[in-house]
Every structure is written in structure tokens, then in C-alpha cells.
Design a protein around this ligand. Structure first.
Ligand SMILES: Nc1ncnc2c1ncn2[C@@H]1O[C@H](COP(=O)(O)OP(=O)(O)OP(=O)(O)O)[C@@H](O)[C@H]1O
Length: 275
């Protein structure tokens, strides 16, 4: 569709904003090919002449699509549309999960929500993705069905909730899979998390219980029963190696070399301290 049609009078667009990140504005004078400005009215009724440069601002989706549980259903899929949809779902419906095609986007609610109980697990068991609200259990069910080839890749910035999501998925597998004979296997699998965290986690400014390395967790099944799990660690990010601030300040004096962060020479730390 031509730009003049899309940016006609009354069309709504997103414009960047210094504190709100994106703000909605309405086109007050239809755009014509070659115009170098767009006449807009913001939601507080103030008028704005917006320089379009080489790119027109992103268009808003129709209100009816707001809060859709799959971002792929949006007419316009761009940063402000994604952020707005996730925000509306989170604030208005307390919905922390949203699909984006086969990907599940999760927002860390930083509080316990009543959506992980056993009855919720059984509600998702045997269902197809899309039958129910987006949920980590829906993806876990999908992986459980595929069994031999299913993997869940959980990524996100520090504190996003990767470890928590992995634990919810493990709880799902051990609940729907149960175990054959030795009924404590699933408890052992779940109980491995605190042990791993005792060795491998540390408090950072982003997360009180931040993982220092990635984990590849392989859950073994015999038919549909959980028989055990193996955890391989990987990606020990050097930037994630922690140290005590006091030691930093002393330039690691007296600290064995093996205990110092390897990637930064001690002298650098000393200079940093002096700076
Ligand atoms: N769905 C959730 N419901 C409630 N609390 C959550 C949820 N997801 C994460 N949290 C909480 O948020 C905090 C950070 O989560 P988590 O440790 O899983 O982050 P992470 O992505 O693994 O971080 P890092 O990369 O630093 O290890 C934890 O205290 C966790 O309990």
C-alpha cells in the first residue's frame, strides 16, 4: 500500500520519546509523497511537526489487535508494537506469557503468580500449543510430545527468568512424566537445582541469584517416565565471574592468581582503582 494511503489523516503512529520510549500520535494532515514532515497531534493534544527524513514513523496496530496472545497476529510487527502488546497484556491481564509464532516471550513478574500449580500442569498436559493461554507448560508439553528431538532454548538478559523458566519446565516433565519404580527420581532431578545454584550462582546488581554459567540439562525418559537427568555446564562468561569489591579496591593484593578474574590484568584493576 502506498505511504500516502497508510499515513492519511487520522492514522496513528509511534514516535520515539525520551522517557516513555514510544508515544502515540495521530496524523492531522495526510502525508503526500515527497513531504519531509508529518503533522501530528499527541495524546495530550499538543501539535508536532515531525521530520520524516528517510523513514516514516512506525504505524500503530488497530486497537482490536491489542492484547493478542500471539505477536505474529499483529498487522505491524516492530519494536513499539511488540513493547506495547507485552505491556498491555502484562498490566491489564497479568499475562506474563505471549507467543511470537513458535517462540514464547516471558516477562519476569518478580512475584509469585498462581499459574504453576499441579492442576495447571495437568490442564496443559496433552493439549496443543494454541489450545490454551501462552505458557511455559505449553512449550514443555510440545517438547514432551516430541521427546526424542525436543529442546527448549531459554535465553534473555540477566534476571529475565531463564533459570526459573527451566525449573518450571523441569517440574512439568517430572509431573507429567513421573518416574518408573524409583519414585524419588523426579524429586532428585528437581532437587539438583539448589545444589547447582549453591556452587554456580552469585549475587549481582542485576540478580540476587545470578547463574555464573549456562546449563544444558538433558532429561532421560524410559517411554514416558523420567529416569534421570544430566547437567552439562557451558559458557562460563568471564564477564560474569564475580569478585569482592574490597578485593578490587586492593588490586587483588594477596589473592592467589588462580582466584583473580583471568581476563583483566591485575595492574589494570589497580589503575582502575586509582582512576
Ligand atoms: N515466572 C516467574 N515468576 C516469579 N518469579 C520469577 C519468574 N521468573 C523469574 N522470577 C524471579 O526473578 C529472579 C531472577 O530470575 P532468574 O534467576 O531465573 O534469572 P536468570 O535469567 O536466570 O538470570 P541470570 O542470567 O542472572 O542467571 C529470581 O528471583 C526468580 O525467582
Amino acid at each position: 500500500m502506498a505511504a500516502a494511503e497508510l499515513y492519511g489523516q487520522g492514522a496513528r503512529v509511534w514516535i520515539p520519546h525520551c522517557t516513555e520510549v514510544w508515544r502515540v500520535a495521530e496524523v492531522t494532515r495526510g502525508y503526500r509523497e515527497g513531504d519531509d514532515v508529518l503533522h501530528l497531534r499527541l495524546d495530550d493534544a499538543s501539535e508536532l511537526v515531525y521530520p520524516v527524513g528517510s523513514q516514516l514513523p512506525p504505524l500503530c496496530n488497530p486497537d482490536v489487535l491489542c492484547g493478542e496472545d500471539d505477536l505474529a497476529a499483529l498487522s505491524y510487527l516492530h519494536e513499539p508494537a511488540v513493547l506495547h502488546s507485552l505491556r498491555v497484556r502484562f498490566l491489564e491481564a497479568n499475562a506474563i506469557y505471549t507467543y511470537c509464532g513458535i517462540i514464547l516471550v516471558a516477562i519476569n513478574p518478580y512475584k509469585q503468580l498462581p499459574i504453576y500449580e499441579e492442576e495447571v500442569i495437568y490442564a496443559y498436559s496433552g493439549r496443543e500449543v494454541g489450545d490454551m493461554d501462552p505458557h511455559i507448560f505449553a512449550l514443555a508439553e510440545e517438547a514432551y510430545k516430541q521427546m526424542s528431538s525436543g529442546s527448549l532454548i531459554i535465553s534473555g538478559e540477566s534476571g529475565a527468568g531463564k533459570t526459573a523458566s527451566a525449573k518450571f519446565a523441569m517440574r512439568y516433565f517430572t509431573t507429567v512424566g513421573g518416574s518408573l519404580g524409583d519414585c524419588s527420581v523426579e524429586e532428585k532431578v528437581l532437587a539438583s537445582s539448589p545444589v547447582m545454584e549453591a556452587f554456580g550462582n552469585a549475587k549481582t546488581t542485576r540478580n540476587d541469584n545470578s547463574s555464573r554459567f549456562g546449563k544444558y540439562i538433558e532429561i532421560g525418559f524410559s517411554q514416558t517416565y523420567v529416569t534421570g537427568a544430566t547437567i552439562k555446564t557451558y559458557l562460563l562468561e568471564k564477564s560474569r565471574v564475580t569478585f569482592q569489591v574490597g578485593l578490587w579496591a586492593q588490586g587483588y593484593a594477596g589473592v592467589p592468581r588462580a582466584w583473580r578474574p583471568a581476563e583483566v590484568p591485575v595492574s589494570w584493576h589497580s589503575q582502575e582503582k586509582l582512576a
